[in-house]
Design a protein around this ligand. Structure first.
Ligand code: C2O
Ligand code: CU
Ligand code: CU
Length: 526
């Protein structure tokens, strides 16, 4: 991989030796890997598209759906003909999709059957599972230091009382989140509610999850997880639902795509080569008040945008390509390779076979309480500065190592239950873009650099893209639970090194580590 000097400077490759962290930090082994030749990669748009399977519960009762997921290593062919060891929930990548109805409780027994060591990095893969998009209790929130070791399991409970939305569950194991997720520990979780059912938007076979992420492969098929001195893991292959640059067959009608950037470090500017708009109907926290058409969708890691694409006017036999606009040196730190400007293709093959639910309603969710929040309601204002110091990424100069060193007592903010606050997130260092995620809450983005948020950001969010030299203001209400919750950059490499801190709602909430301990052994299904 040849980097320009400009790229090397941006990546911070000139300097900054790793800093030893107290506890829980294991230095990755330096195994030499060689990137697979570009000529051995599949040509874009030759691999058929697929969606991850939906898993059915092991059992249900009056209130609860019970699942068991086993985190384990398996060998899959992501690149046709090449074997790649991966870590998946039930051994598949992405993991199985979970569908749940609002108000149904879900219990997931997460069993860690991973090997005792990462094949390249050599650390022990402890895990912690976060359901991203859920206001979970602290002990079920995937608190990074609440680890489950190989040979252990832990039951997670979710109440699913929030509005319909696209969630995802992924690993959050302290200081190894990036490696664990890059190996495949990520999957969709869709929460449905009556409002969603009532909207005439595409459903069923026309409601399609798209997990987009990038990867790089070594000649022996192993994933290459070079993090460029803790700046980011960048792949030369773009995967959608685990398939390289796939091609999907579509009908002449509208489709709803649930776009999730599952990349460790890459952000995207998605655009259709037909020049069509994509109409954003939902953000991280569910439906927008009204739909927002965009021609380019800038989206970073962990953001979810649901978009409707209409193929009605595309002649049968024609192809629409979803592109990723190449980075421009001035506005982002992504590393471009030959085919990272392509994501997937849609081949229009047939007339619409169903005219039901083929609309974009003018109004979606006019009553979301998050979107009703007003600055005058705020009882506190805080600033979070995103920066890098001594080779570590920090928030207001602190890192997760500081939280660990404090015995998990150190907090950045301590709002009372139901307090409304405005947070200014400042990325003045210019070094990188940081998609900042705040656990527990959904927030409304007030402005970016003093200007209105992007059209796709005019809905409830839990991750905000804070670009190079950007300052963003958010407003949110803290609840519904007491306790300690993480704030971090969702570049998982930054998160691990060590751009993560926490806040506490009220006092006396459940202890995120001790309130629900993992157990040893091979459990039966719950
Ligand atoms: Cu999607 Cu704390 O993470
Ligand atoms: Cu989250
Ligand atoms: Cu970051």
């Amino acid at each position: 991989m040849a980097l320009t000097r400009r790229e090397m400077l941006k990546l911070g490759i000139a300097g900054s030796a790793a800093v030893a962290l107290p506890l829980q930090r294991v230095v990755s082994g330096a195994v030499a890997q060689t990137r697979i030749a570009e000529s051995s990669l599949p040509a874009p748009f030759t691999v058929p598209f697929a969606v991850p399977p939906v898993i059915t519960p092991h059992r249900t009762d009056a209130t609860t759906d019970y699942y068991m997921l086993t985190q384990k290593q398996s060998t899959v062919q992501i690149l046709p003909g090449i074997n790649t060891p991966v870590w998946g929930y039930n051994g598949i990548v992405p993991g199985p999709t979970i569908d749940v109805q609002q108000g149904r409780q879900v219990l997931i027994r997460q069993v860690n059957k991973l090997p005792d060591r990462h094949p390249i990095a050599g650390y022990q893969p402890w895990t912690s599972t976060h359901l991203h998009g859920s206001p979970s209790l602290p002990q079920f929130d995937g608190y990074a230091s609440d680890i489950t070791r190989p040979g252990q399991y832990k039951d997670y409970r979710y109440s699913n009382t929030e509005s319909a939305r696209t969630l995802w569950y992924h690993d959050h194991g302290v200081h190894h989140t990036a490696e664990n997720a890059y190996m495949g520990l990520a999957a969709f979780y869709r929460l449905h509610d009556p409002l969603e059912v009532s909207l005439p938007i595409p459903k069923g076979n026309y409601d399609i999850p798209l997990m987009i992420h990038d990867a790089m492969f070594a000649t022996d098929g192993q994933l290459i997880g070079d993090d460029h001195d803790h700046s980011g893991i960048m792949g030369d292959v773009i995967l959608v639902n685990g398939r390289p640059w796939p091609v999907m067959q579509v009908e002449q009608r509208k489709y709803r795509f649930r776009i999730l950037v599952g990349s460790m470090s890459r952000s995207y500017r998605l655009k259709l080569d037909s020049g069509q708009m994509m109409t954003v109907i939902a953000g991280d926290g569910g439906f927008m008040p009204v739909p927002q058409p965009v021609s380019v969708l800038r989206t970073g890691m962990a953001e979810r945008y649901e978009v409707i694409i209409d193929f009605a006017n595309i002649p049968i036999g024609q192809r629409v390509v979803m592109r990723n606009l190449p980075r421009s040196d001035s506005d982002d730190n992504n590393i471009s390779y030959t085919h990272t400007d392509k994501v997937m293709a849609f081949d229009v093959v047939a007339p619409s076979s169903s005219s039901a639910n083929n609309e974009i309603p003018a109004v979606l969710d006019p009553n979301n309480p998050v979107m009703a929040l007003q600055p005058a309601q705020a009882v506190a204002r805080r600033t979070m500065k995103l920066d890098r110091s001594k080779g570590q990424w920090t928030i207001n100069g602190t890192s997760w190592a500081d939280v660990v060193a404090s015995g998990y007592k150190k907090v950045m903010a301590n709002p009372k239950l139901n307090d409304i606050e405005i947070w200014t997130i400042e990325n003045a260092s210019g070094g990188w873009f940081h998609p900042l995620h705040i656990h527990l809450v959904d927030f409304k983005i007030l402005d970016r650099n003093g200007l209105p948020p992007l059209p796709q950001e005019l809905g409830p969010k839990d991750v905000v893209y804070v670009g190079e030299n950007e300052t963003v203001r958010l407003i949110m209400r803290f609840g519904p639970h007491l306790g300690k919750y993480m704030i971090h950059c969702h570049n998982m490499v930054h998160e691990d090194h060590d751009m993560m801190t926490q806040f506490e709602v009220g006092t006396g909430g459940p202890d995120p580590i001790r309130a629900a301990l993992p157990k040893w052994g091979s459990p039966p299904a719950p």
